[in-house]
Design a protein around this ligand. Structure first.
Ligand SMILES: Cc1ncc(COP(=O)(O)O)c(C=O)c1O
Length: 484
């Protein structure tokens, strides 16, 4: 079992809901479905067990906006399990955790140092609070075409050139499982009087596994946004925000309450509570198995030939300081197919839904719910796809990351006077909205960035290969908003 100070067998929100269920309280409060009775179709679909605890806050169940009893206890248990000073249950996805983290650290005009291959939620937060990004362009692996972690020297340079910046934000890890040297970056940030924030949307399991990269809290970071609903096993949209000892928890709560619902879902909160208990009690064993499965799949996929399922052999001591061995990322270009093409074939012809495919790679997300037989199916589908579809890769784009030219801050660009132009007439203009493939949701263009030939080519290619393009006001991305 994971060593903590509190009794991790407890799950206070879950326990309070079980007690509430037994009490048969007569509901003259919201939600209006009244434990499901008012909406039989929904009850038939989700089950009485589920709708019966879809309730609103009340004294015995506490209140997410101002926790004093069972939610507070659940948060204390989460902080204890994750080695944080404080933990906040979040119900607006890890987007809400990331945004609360950035809004806590930054005010209008503050500079924040971050890699450009961040999720859109980070740049959204800059639109909301008016902070100014100082981008550290990540190193790029030329063969795989993916962006890596931040190099220590690049972070040091950004800190030296922007000594008034308030924080450094790090992806721990990237979607592909690649980690920067987090401990060193935390040290550099702290030496310069800055906070260190970690987007750990893909790193929940780092807190519980053996042989996995260091977690943000263990590395001494000040805040971390942790997607419990990804590798942690909780319900979609539930998340955690963790803070270290230097961060004022009361202020964080006020920031969270600027945008958080006043009707926090008990389905989401209880799922966080139960999942945290599971991770604390069994996480080490679970993630050991997941890493073993991923390693097995890597070997099998590499034995097929053509594909490259990458792993720890990529480590370079700096921009790939560590690698999350539970991630199963596969380079596909050498069989002549873009990642997105393999992603679509897997779903359309093999009924296999993977996490995403992009220009040159696919990512199959492995977690506690996976079994060896499904992995076998994935491996044999990939082998068959190679046999049936392999082609000459001429003309395929091979680089995922396009270095941005930042002209104005995201907030300034987002709220500026703008006009809508046909995409093909937008070259040279400054974009005032987001454009990205989703997933992974890393903007190709963010508000305030110049639209270049390279970016237009990337958008055209991604559309042609079937990527879901999102972010723009025009859902078909035939037009784009630019500064007037
Ligand atoms: C790196 C990263 N950060 C933040 C998020 C936001 O998470 P959510 O979808 O839970 O809002 C994601 C989502 O995929 C992500 O990949």
């Amino acid at each position: 079992m994971y060593r903590t100070h509190l009794d991790q067998n407890r799950a206070p929100i879950y326990e309070a809901l079980e007690t509430f269920r037994r009490m048969r309280v007569v509901p003259f409060d919201v939600p209006g479905h009244k434990h499901g009775r008012g909406n039989p179709e929904l009850t038939a679909f989700l089950g009485q067990q589920c709708v019966g605890v879809d309730v609103n806050s009340m004294k015995p169940l506490d209140n997410l906006c101002h926790p004093v009893s069972v939610i507070r206890e659940a948060e204390e248990l989460a902080a204890d399990a994750f080695g944080a000073a404080n933990a906040f249950l979040m119900v607006g996805g890890t987007t809400s955790s990331v945004q609360s983290m950035v809004l806590t650290a930054c005010k209008r005009g503050d500079e924040i140092i971050l890699p450009r291959n961040v999720h859109r939620s980070v740049i959204n937060a800059l639109v909301l609070c008016g902070a100014v990004p100082v981008y550290v362009n990540p190193e790029v692996d030329q063969h795989l075409g993916i962006s890596l972690g931040m190099q220590r020297e690049q972070v040091a340079k950004a800190i030296a050139e922007h000594p008034k910046a308030v924080a450094v934000l790090v992806n721990n890890p990237t979607y592909y499982g690649i980690c920067s040297d987090l401990r060193a970056i935390v040290r550099m940030a702290h030496d310069a009087g800055m906070l260190c924030l970690a987007d750990e949307a893909h790193g929940t399991h780092f807190y519980f596994g053996g042989g996995l990269p260091v977690s943000a809290m263990a590395a001494g970071a000040d805040m971390a946004a942790v997607s419990m609903h990804k590798s942690g096993g909780s319900l979609t949209q539930s998340s955690l925000l963790l803070t270290g000892p230097k961060v004022h928890a009361g202020y964080v709560r006020q920031i969270i309450n600027l945008t958080q619902t006043t009707s926090g879902s008990y389905l989401l909160m209880s799922s966080l509570d139960i999942s945290r208990r599971n991770l604390a009690l069994r996480g080490r064993e679970v993630f050991h198995k997941v890493a073993d499965m991923a390693e097995y799949a890597r070997q099998e996929i590499n034995a097929v030939g053509g594909y490259y399922a990458f792993g720890r052999e990529l480590l370079n001591g700096n921009s790939i300081f560590d690698f999350d061995t539970t991630k199963l990322s596969v380079h596909t270009l050498d069989i002549g197919l873009a990642g997105i093409e393999v992603y679509d074939i897997l779903r359309d012809e093999y009924d296999i839904q993977i996490e995403f495919g992009d220009i040159g790679n696919i990512l199959a997300y492995l977690s506690m719910g996976d079994r060896a037989q499904e992995l076998e199916r994935l491996v044999s589908a990939l082998a068959e796809i190679k046999r049936r579809y392999q082609k000459d890769g001429t003309g395929l784009l091979d680089q995922e990351y396009v270095e941005p030219e930042v002209v104005t801050s995201p907030q300034e660009a987002f709220y500026a006077e703008k006009i809508s132009l046909p995409l093909e007439e937008s070259k040279g203009r400054v974009c005032s909205e987001f454009v990205m493939c989703y997933p992974p949701g890393i903007p190709l263009l963010a508000p305030g960035e110049r639209i270049t030939d390279e970016i237009l080519e990337h958008i055209r290619y991604s559309k042609e290969k079937g990527c879901s393009m999102t972010g723009s006001e025009d859902p078909d991305l035939l037009r784009i908003n630019v500064l007037a």
